[in-house]
Design a protein around this ligand. Sequence first.
Ligand code: BV8
Ligand code: ZN
Length: 263
Amino acid sequence: MKNPHQDIPATLARALQEARRVVVFTGAGVSAESGIATFRDALTGLWSRFDAQALATPEAFRSHPDIVWGWYEWRRAQVLRAEPNAAHRAISQLARHVPGLTVVTQNVDDLHERAGSTGVAHLHGSLHAPRCSACEAPQIFADGIPSEPEEGRRIAPPACTRCGSAVRPGVVWFGESLPGDAWNAAIHAAEHCDLLLSIGTSALVYPAAELPQRALAAGAMVAQINPAATPLDARAHHNLRGAAAEIMPGLLASAGFEPPQTP
Ligand code: BV8
Ligand code: ZN
């Protein structure tokens, strides 16, 4: 049996053990092992199949709301059927060992929360918070899992319960600004942490991708967990090549923290 944390550099293990404030910054890759396709992963990424950047915009929703709403409903059904994986659980467990842990995610799923993480800063919103595209009134999804919309099916968005306009997903589209409270919390955490773990993100989408750079500028250690290289490789102190669900339990063990219970 391979030693679970033989590949964790001793300096990183010690930094995690001694850290008072840690930021865990995640992207779509942390949900990959829960079966949720990432945007850019060459094999499964929605990016190549749906040209996500074209669909994840207000313009796309204005010109073909049924294609965009259908895409988000397909993704929401995927999330409702998914379970948190060992990476989400390890991140939740880490909060028991680090006095100040802040989870900042670009993901629009709720797998961090379902693994037990609290106070998660969602920079790009949530699939579970639809709102009216006109009066902004929050809308409630009918209970239960929508019948499995097949990939790419058109679904007309529901009408706002207050003004009748089209309901939109509660996510941040390209060209839209990030929610102020989440962004301010993320910046503050990144600029005051001892260690930032960047997990499962291609580090291409701004301003989110600024966070590891701000942590570095403030003197923190930055470690990246990703099977592939990203633009952050050149600046991170540690680049752990591999899947988050495999590396995260070993990272906790290397710091002497007991790994999460497997359900
Ligand atoms: C804004 C919600 C301005 C919707 C998303 C030119 C240059 C630089 C920037 C720009 C530019 N032109 C325009 C911009 C700005 C633009 C931007 O950054 N564009 C990029 C693409 C160039 N940004 C914006 O528009 C932002 N808003 O700037 O507003 C403004 C200012 C004032 C007033 C008004 C406006 C808004 C950006 C938010 C867009 N919304 N999501 C939805 O989900 O549908 S972004 C979307 O991409 C997701 O949130 C996703 O999380 C995010 C980033 O991708 P990743 O999470 O990194 O996922 P990805 O697939 O890319 O990578 C997965 C990684 O995981 C890979 O590296 C892979 O190797 C790894 N992996 C795979 N398996 C595993 C794994 N890792 C670990 N374990 C595994 N098992
Ligand atoms: Zn309305």
